[in-house]
Every structure is written in structure tokens, then in C-alpha cells.
Design a binder for this molecule. Structure first.
Ligand SMILES: Nc1ncnc2c1ncn2[C@@H]1O[C@H](COP(=O)(O)OP(=O)(O)O)[C@@H](O)[C@H]1O
Ligand SMILES: [Mg+2]
Length: 254
């Protein structure tokens, strides 16, 4: 299998005095594989995908994207990224947003006419006539995913793609991931929805405070009779100071 992304010993901090946001992350992703990058809020997942997408420069370590540097335009053209909090020019409508991305991708008129309506239909936005400023979070997330698949990427990065989606949207994203995998596309998925990750991902890495605590195939990481959520909670709790979760006033008698 061809290696699509390889990251080695990646480190990043945003300011000199900050702790490392990403602290020595190493993994590989192959064609046709779905890789789940998991971890609590602030673990470093978004920072990792931004570095792979060439949007953030690592402090050290190496990234190979289709055998090139992430800054290489040819490599970036093969990548689709659905960001965790997508935003678009607010006075555009969904087809106009996709048309804009189609022009960035260099799609000709014929391809635009075919792909834009089909992508909108997939995203459930085909009859949406309003401007982006009137979209709900979930609708923007749908448009973010639509934009990411428009160029038929060989690597699709989904950063918390289903966080704001309704159950139908989640099912569609799951089906999309399955279909893309079959056609040899590599998927990198950041998600908190562990039952979902467990259904679609072949490999997972669990990240906390910038470091990988556990990595492997789903069956290596999740023992027989357990599930990903159980493994995740145990691992994360074992790696952070124990705390009393409840505010003290909650259980006080009236
Ligand atoms: N633009 C930024 N400036 C400063 N710190 C940041 C910035 N983005 C993220 N961080 C910090 O980097 C760490 C990792 O964040 P992030 O990669 O967004 O984690 P995750 O996606 O796993 O929630 C956090 O401690 C966060 O506060
Ligand atoms: Mg994030």
C-alpha cells in the first residue's frame, strides 16, 4: 500500500512559554485506510492536521504528504480538508461557495456543472437558497465537508466533522468515509464521537497533551469485550491528576 502521509516526531508550540501543543507525534497513513486521531479538548489534534495541510509550520519533525513537503502545491491539490469550524464569505450562497472552491481547484465548466449539484445534494443543501450568514453551525459543517470532497482528494481530513451534525448527517458522513475508503482514498478523522470512530477507522492514535498515549489497529487498541470509549476514558484518566468533577454547591441541600 502507498503511504499517503507520514509524520515523524512532530512538535509545535504556539508561544515560547507555552507547553508543547504537539510533542513528538509520529504516525503513517496509507491509501484506503481510515485513521482516527482521538484525544480530549486541547490534546493537539487540530494542530496536527493543520501542519499536515500546510496551514501551520511545525517547530520540528518531518511531514511527508504524498512524498512531498506539505507546502508543495501538487501535494496539496490531492488533499481535502473539512476544518472543525468552517466559515465562508457570509453573503455567498452554498452553490456560490462551491463555485469559488471549484475555481481554486481549476475545475472546468463541465466538471463544475456535474460536481457542484451532486455535492450539494450529498450535503443536503441542494434546496438551500439563503446566504451563509443565515446558516446554522451544522449547515456550515455540511458545506465544509462538501467543499473538502469537491476536488476528489486522495486524502480527506475531517476535523470533528460530525460535531454539529444531525443523525442523518452523521450517517451520511459515515457512508461517505466507507465509500471513499473502498475507492482507495485515505481518511484522517479527528473526532470525539468514539462509537463512530470505532465503526469506521482501521487505525487509531489516542493523543493527550500533545503526545500519543496509544496507537495501533482498532483490535490492538480495543481489547475483546471492551470498547473504544472505555479504553479512551481509562487511558486519559490515568494520565491526568485525579480531580473531583462536581462543583461543591451542586450536591448541597436546599
Ligand atoms: N492559535 C493558537 N494560539 C495559541 N495556542 C493555541 C492555538 N491553537 C491551539 N492552541 C493550543 O494548542 C493546544 C492544542 O490545541 P488543538 O490542536 O486545537 O487541540 P484539539 O484539536 O485536540 O482540541 C491547546 O493547548 C491550545 O490551547
Ligand atoms: Mg480540534
Amino acid at each position: 500500500m502507498a503511504t499517503v502521509v507520514s509524520v515523524q516526531n512532530l512538535r509545535k508550540r504556539y508561544r515560547r512559554r507555552d507547553p508543547w501543543a504537539v510533542d513528538g507525534v509520529t504516525f503513517e497513513l496509507e491509501a484506503g485506510q481510515a485513521f482516527g486521531l482521538l484525544g480530549p479538548n486541547g490534546a493537539g489534534k487540530t494542530s496536527v492536521v493543520k501542519m499536515i495541510a500546510g496551514l501551520l509550520r511545525p517547530d520540528s519533525g518531518t511531514i511527508s504528504l504524498f512524498g512531498s513537503d506539505p507546502g508543495n502545491p501538487a501535494a496539496r491539490a490531492e488533499l481535502g480538508l473539512a476544518p472543525e469550524d468552517p466559515d465562508f464569505p457570509k453573503f455567498l450562497r452554498a452553490p456560490e461557495v462551491l463555485d469559488y472552491f471549484a475555481s481554486l481547484l481549476g475545475l472546468d465548466d463541465e466538471e463544475r456543472k456535474r460536481r457542484i449539484p451532486e455535492t450539494l445534494a450529498f450535503a443536503g443543501l441542494e434546496s438551500e437558497r439563503r446566504q451563509v450568514r443565515q446558516f446554522s453551525k451544522g449547515m456550515k459543517q455540511r458545506l465544509g465537508i462538501a467543499q473538502a470532497i469537491l476536488g476528489r482528494p486522495k486524502l480527506l481530513i475531517l476535523d470533528e466533522p460530525t460535531a454539529d451534525l444531525d443523525p442523518i448527517g452523521r450517517r451520511d458522513v459515515r457512508a461517505l468515509i466507507e465509500r471513499l475508503k473502498e475507492s482507495g482514498v485515505a481518511i484522517l478523522l479527528n473526532s470525539h464521537l468514539l462509537s463512530e470512530v470505532e465503526r469506521v477507522c482501521d487505525n487509531v492514535a489516542i493523543l493527550a497533551r500533545g503526545s500519543v498515549l496509544k496507537e495501533g489497529t482498532m483490535s490492538e487498541v480495543v481489547p475483546e469485550g471492551s470498547n473504544l470509549e472505555e479504553v479512551f476514558v481509562q487511558l486519559i484518566e490515568a494520565n491526568q491528576p485525579q480531580r473531583d468533577h462536581m462543583p461543591s454547591f451542586i450536591s448541597e441541600r436546599q
